[in-house]
Design a binder for this molecule. Structure first.
Ligand code: ASC
Length: 164
């Protein structure tokens, strides 16, 4: 069909133009210089993405708890729910074949102490699940305490397993 062909031509030209202008948005693995990322690169990008999303959603809650931005109970509830959904995705990002292969702050100690690592991940899951319930109360004091528990779970793992 004529319209379809011209649409293909246009999208093709747009893609070529975007590539020339450097507008394409490759994932971190591609940015590292490989057209086709290795499995380890994909895995490392996966876990870094999940951890990034956790930080992204904690940030505004922490800002409210510190009094830097106004307390917004609905926003806390939404973000806490996201944390509870994302936390269970973390452990999956650390299979044995992903110790190296892309820049990572994950220490080898993770794979030497996988049971402990998984138990710390489980603690985060529990803390975020509880926090998602707490957030529904809309009580700033309870939210502050719950955020503290979540933060402690983050920190316990980072202290032992994240390179500075
Ligand atoms: C965050 C973030 C972390 C944790 C940690 C909690 O928002 O990016 O790494 O909380 O600071 O101790």
């Amino acid at each position: 069909m004529k319209e379809t062909n011209s649409l293909f031509r246009w999208t093709g030209m747009l893609a070529a133009g975007a590539a020339i202008l450097g507008l394409a948005t490759p994932g971190l693995a591609e940015q590292a210089g490989n057209a086709k990322p290795t499995q380890a690169q994909r895995t490392i990008e996966y876990r870094q993405s999940a951890l990034y999303l956790l930080g992204w959603n904690i940030g505004p809650i922490a800002g409210m708890v510190r009094g830097e931005i106004p307390f917004d109970a609905k926003a806390v509830e939404l973000r806490a729910m996201r944390l509870a959904q994302i936390a269970p995705m973390i452990a999956e990002g650390f299979p044995a074949d992903s110790q190296t292969g892309a820049p990572t702050k994950a220490k080898p100690a993770i794979w030497e102490n996988m049971d402990d690592f998984k138990s710390k991940a489980a603690t985060l899951e529990q803390a975020t699940a509880k926090f998602a319930e707490t957030a529904k109360t809309g009580d700033p004091k309870l939210v502050a305490a719950g955020l503290g528990e979540v933060g402690n779970a983050c920190k316990a793992c980072h202290d032992r397993y994240k390179a500075d």
